[in-house]
Design a protein around this ligand. Structure first.
Ligand code: EPZ
Length: 425
């Protein structure tokens, strides 16, 4: 099992390119099931979850052809089954995103019910309620969701909770429904806008994506298209936080704009100088220690929950005391327990954490529990003294492309090890 061995103390400097967004690539790959024609996607990140999704599409009968490392053409001309198997769904919850497309395209879908995960129960009840509102017959039995609908019907559906993949599943299903669908209290994340852009290029009629009310006029069929996946705002934010924590100066290119304003504002509050161009973001800490910043996670355009662990790591070494409230998931503080192993002063009270900044953390072996928690641990290792060994980094590989290479390009001492040198054990 791979681990990351990190020697703390380097001040990050230099430039890196952002990769395509994992959380846009996954729904957009699933959207290719809605058409019998070829869809070519560019700027795909090279991630475990992207490879898993492509495997799932092949299992369903789609042809998946890599054009180059970051581009793929998918043609779902003859689907051979409407079932997404447990073996695949259990490794990636986002497999639930084939439910809407399969139901809309084939009139039937059978998807293993995603279990919970480290950060929470993560039910999919709103996905199912929305499909029922469109006339689907949905049964959950034997650990599977079984959905049937000869033809989905457009409807007005208000989502109880803002749900990103729930909005995506229902938006995809509605593209082939009879009549018009209005999704209200929809999620506004940029990845939803990117999915709508791709669907409209395929002939869908979607307006309002990126706002809390999305209108989808059903069409008979969707055709092929080409689409470039938008940049990964969480990867960009992760590298900017690393630059701030190490008191360095880093430019991230290929960032697009307007994707992470809430995060940039927090970094400025922490004392960073931020300079944005059309397609790049530069953060300069000028050698200063960050100032503690409070964090309150919320759906977009609020502060993203996927950046909470990274900012907890920043607050662990910042000047002052910060409160962090996690308001999206019920159990997303596991990284706090591992950060405490590095000497962090964190007190958890329900969905609140109080973090008292310390000048220095002490390197130690730690264990990743979920994707963004492991990113927070890597950031802490970059500033801790001596060595930090992060275990179970398969969590990282799901959502970060060549993370250690990108950090090394900025001057960090990070290496992927399988056999641990004696002194580091
Ligand atoms: C998406 O997960 C992202 N994953 C997550 O990123 C991200 O943390 C999350 O949105 C919030 O921004 C992908 O896009 C693949 P939700 P999702 O449905 O859609 C409750 C990462 O690290 N809820 O918006 O599963 C749910 O329990 C991952 O890249 C229901 O109650 O999140 C949660 O409390 C982690 N019923 C809240 O809504 C439902 O039917 C938000 O969840 C659906 C959700």
């Amino acid at each position: 099992m791979d681990k990351l061995l990190i020697e703390g103390g380097a001040r990050l400097a230099g430039e890196i390119d952002a990769s395509g967004a994992k959380n846009a690539a996954l729904p957009i790959l699933c959207a290719t099931l809605l058409s019998a024609d070829a869809v070519t996607l560019h700027n795909l990140p090279q991630l475990q979850d992207v490879r898993t999704t492509q495997r799932l599409l092949r299992e369903l009968g789609a042809e998946v052809q890599a054009e180059d490392p970051t581009a793929v053409t998918v043609q779902a001309r003859d689907l051979v089954t409407h079932t997404a198997p447990y073996e695949l769904v259990k490794t990636m919850r986002a497999s639930i995103l084939v439910l809407g497309p399969l139901l809309a395209r084939l009139g039937e879908a059978r998807v293993s019910l995603p279990g919970g995960c480290a950060i929470g129960a993560r039910p999919v009840d709103i996905h199912l309620e929305g499909l029922r509102a469109m006339g689907a017959d949905i049964r959950v039995e034997g650990g599977f969701i079984h959905a049937r609908a000869s033809k989905l019907q457009g409807t007005r559906f208000v989502m109880d909770t803002v749900t990103v993949t729930g909005t995506e599943n229902l938006m995809m299903a509605a593209t082939l429904a009879e009549g018009t669908t209005l999704l209200e209290n929809a999620a506004c994340e940029p990845e939803i806008g990117d999915l709508a852009t791709c669907l409209n290029a395929m002939g869908a009629r979607i307006s309002g994506a990126g706002t809390s009310t999305i209108r989808i006029e059903g069409v008979e069929r969707l055709h092929g298209a080409e689409h470039r996946i938008l940049p990964d705002r969480i990867e960009i934010g992760t590298f900017l936080v690393a630059a701030a924590m190490t008191r360095g100066s880093v430019t991230v290119r290929q960032t697009g704009s307007g994707l992470l304003d809430a995060v940039l504002r927090k970094l400025q509050q922490a004392g960073a100088r931020i300079h944005c161009e059309a397609d790049s973001i530069q953060l300069d800490m000028a050698g200063r220690r960050p100032v503690s910043v409070d964090v309150h996670t919320a759906p977009f355009p609020g502060f993203p929950t996927d950046m909470q662990a990274q900012f907890m790591a920043l607050d662990c070494i910042a000047d002052g005391v910060a409160t962090i409230s996690e308001n999206v998931f019920e159990n997303r503080f596991m990284h706090a327990l591992e950060l405490q192993r590095l000497g962090a002063d964190i007190r958890i009270e329900g969905h609140m954490a109080v973090v008292r900044g310390r000048e220095q953390l002490e390197g130690a072996p730690v264990m990743a529990t979920d994707l963004r928690a492991s990113a927070g641990l890597v950031l802490a290792g970059l500033v801790a003294d001596r060595q930090t060994l992060v275990d179970r980094i398969y969590h990282l590989d799901r959502g970060y492309e060549r993370l250690e290479e990108k950090f090394r390009a900025l001057g960090a001492y990070v290496q992927r090890v399988t056999h641990i040198p004696q002194e580091a054990a």
